[in-house]
Design a protein around this ligand. Structure first.
Ligand SMILES: *Cc1c(COP(=O)(O)O)cnc(C)c1O
Length: 237
């Protein structure tokens, strides 16, 4: 792999970390309250290894096969995050490999995660996906349906509901997404305060390359950054 590209990725990674630090400081938060998930979808393992060598231990993938392939090839102390829409019949391939499944938006999917988790004798952390702007094209449940889904899923074995995630709308001015982050934070506080069994609401997965600084100022604990670390994705490769 091209040495210059590798160097660029390392520099990008360190500069995103630095920006996270600055955003935390501005928001009067400690930088260890925010975890950078490097979204590595479509990128080769050599690139992931570059930032692993700089200390990155959280990677996000959105395709089951790709996550499994990369899991096999990279060091075992990586925390893998499944951030894409997960089909029920594929849960079994990743259940023993992921730390977090972001994007759970149905009871049926949660049931399958629970079933596989029991089989593998482990507990899996999940995040409930919220479609914050009610976009037709997006996965996730509405704010109104969130509590009901949490209550249903909380009855399942070997699942720990850790909080919420969202993919905010694509906007030209990222400030437009602040309102959604504020609402999602409020939802997480409201539901945390209900002390529902099997929930430990301490994670808020929001913010991507274009809006992670704003998300941090509104309480994100996971930011999912792809382009900002690895550069533009080329889906035709
Ligand atoms: C691709 C993706 C990201 C990263 O997007 P960037 O804009 O490249 O930072 C974050 N979250 C999810 C769910 C994604 O699919």
């Amino acid at each position: 792999m091209n040495e210059q590209i590798n160097q660029e990725i390392k520099e990008n990674y360190l500069s995103v970390l630095e920006s996270i630090g600055i955003a935390c400081k501005k928001a009067d938060r400690s930088p260890d309250q925010v975890t950078l998930i490097a979204v590595s979808k479509t990128k080769p393992v050599e690139m992931l290894q570059q930032i692993y060598d700089c200390g990155c231990r959280h990677f996000g993938e959105n395709k089951v096969q790709e996550l499994v392939d990369k899991y096999e090839k990279l060091p075992k102390d990586i925390h893998w995050h499944m951030i894409g829409h997960l089909q029920r019949n594929k849960v079994k391939y990743i259940i023993d490999k992921v730390d977090f499944i972001h994007g759970v938006d149905s009871f049926e999917l949660a049931q399958e995660i629970s079933r596989q988790a029991v089989k593998h004798n482990r507990t899996v952390n999940i995040l409930i996906e919220i479609n914050v702007a009610d976009e037709e094209s997006k996965f996730g449940v509405s704010f109104n349906d969130a509590e009901t889904l949490v209550l249903q899923i909380s009855t399942l074995e070997n699942i720990s509901i850790r909080g919420f995630m969202t993919v905010a709308p694509y906007v030209d001015n990222s400030e437009e997404n602040r309102q959604h982050f504020v609402k999602l934070k409020q939802l997480s506080v409201d539901i945390k305060n209900k002390n529902i069994d099997n929930t430990c609401i301490d994670v808020l997965s929001m913010g991507m390359t274009n809006d992670y600084k704003i998300a941090i100022s509104e309480g994100a604990t996971f930011v999912r950054v792809g382009t900002g670390v690895f550069g533009e994705r080329n889906y035709s490769m």
